[in-house]
Design a protein around this ligand. Structure first.
Ligand code: FAD
Length: 341
């Protein structure tokens, strides 16, 4: 059996430090559980992603979050009081408002970008980046044994998987961990849209209408966001262009330059003649937004004679950041129950 350093042994190990994992980690730590989070990326927040382009920053994942349920609204107000979220706007100008109830919802953004928000949520947690979990197994004495790509081994009493569902299932398959047939079938139905996003750094004027965001004006483009107006990138004019679901499918395998050319076309109505493109970058999200959810907020299994396993994420119960947070809260409850003697 591999030797495991004391600081790699814990009550609960959470794979993924996106909103689901961070929320579960905070809730578990608040209840006195020892928690380690592992994420393969170099930053925290998962699909709340921000990248550095030239001297500025741009959100290239979720552009904002909205809060509908009372528990999540309370959390968002608290984060506003802490200064890690701020109200961006409640609706759009220029005919870009999508009619319906979402129109009245506040769009919350994060000063410094969405990843800064993830970093803030993790500030009292043992959350480790650059740790891609490659193998999970169990020990004879009833613990989970988790290994990352650097061959570091961790042990935990409860394992919580929060990657997009197909990636969690892949980890379970590799470990030959079988879930009950009905659950496995239900989980395989959870699928996600793909998404292609471009970030464009300009010198000069690109005038995205108030409040620096255009949403749903045409089917091909889901959002155009001005990161300077949003308060994410005071140093440089960085514009994020997010393709809609159909165009993302078309561009997902398209060569980088051609995909960026197509996304950049969306800026033509807003760009002044003398605006100069300094740099452009692309981000392709293989799992962006769930098309189909599992009806539960999170699931707990005790596969075979193995220790407890919890599956959670925005594929459970409801999508977007709010769905991920509610799933994380439920996952923490399930993990706490599993830790009780
Ligand atoms: C382009 C885009 C735009 C969006 N826009 C919005 C929006 O405007 N508003 C909104 O509310 N939501 C939006 N969303 C959705 C929102 O970002 C997600 O619903 C939410 O962030 C999901 O959180 P999560 O923790 O469930 O998953 P994730 O954020 O995906 O977190 C899972 C984490 O698991 C990690 N991971 C996976 N496999 C492993 C492994 N083997 N080892 C270690 N770590 C692993 C990943 O690196 C990731 O960090 C958008 C998403 C995208 C992609």
């Amino acid at each position: 059996m591999a030797r495991v350093q004391a600081d790699n042994q814990t009550d609960v190990l959470i794979v993924g430090a996106g909103m689901t994992g961070l929320t579960a980690g905070r809730a578990l730590a608040a209840r006195g559980a020892r928690v380690i989070l592992l994420d393969r990326r170099s930053s925290l927040g998962g699909r709340l992603g921000t990248r550095i382009v030239g001297p500025g920053r741009a959100d290239h994942g979720a552009q904002f979050l909205t809060a509908e349920s009372p528990p999540f609204r309370r959390m968002v107000r608290e984060w506003q009081r802490e200064g890690i979220l701020e109200e961006w706007c409640t609706g759009w100008s220029e005919g870009s408002v999508i009619p319906g109830r979402t129109q009245a919802l506040v769009r919350w953004s994060a000063p410094g970008g969405m990843s800064a928000f993830g970093e803030q949520l993790a500030r009292r947690l043992d959350a480790r980046t650059g740790c891609r979990v490659t193998r999970i197994a169990t020990t004879d004495d009833g613990l989970w044994e988790i290994r990352d790509a650097h061959d570091v081994t961790y042990r935990a009493r409860v394992l919580v998987l929060t990657p997009p569902v197909p990636e969690s299932l892949e980890l379970l398959d590799l470990a030959d961990i079988r879930l009950p047939d009905a659950d496995a079938r239900a989980l395989r139905r959870v699928t996600y849209t793909r998404c292609v996003v471009g970030v464009f750094w300009y010198d000069g004027d690109v005038d995205i209408p108030e409040p620096g965001l255009v949403e749903g004006r045409d089917e091909d483009i889901a959002f155009i966001a001005d990161n300077r107006r949003k308060g994410v990138s005071p140093e440089a004019l960085l514009i994020t262009v997010q393709a809609g679901a159909e165009l993302s499918e078309k561009l997902f395998e398209t060569a980088r330059a051609a995909a960026l050319d197509r996304l950049e076309q969306a800026l033509a109505p807003y760009r002044s003649r003398d605006a100069v493109l300094r740099e452009r970058q692309i981000k392709r999200w293989r799992y962006a937004i769930p098309r189909m959810h599992h009806p539960e907020r999170a699931l707990r299994f005790v596969p075979g004679r193995r220790p407890p396993l919890v599956l959670a994420g925005d594929g459970f119960g409801g999508s977007r950041v709010e769905g991920a947070v509610l799933s994380g809260l439920h996952a923490a409850e399930l993990a706490i129950d599993a830790l009780s003697p």
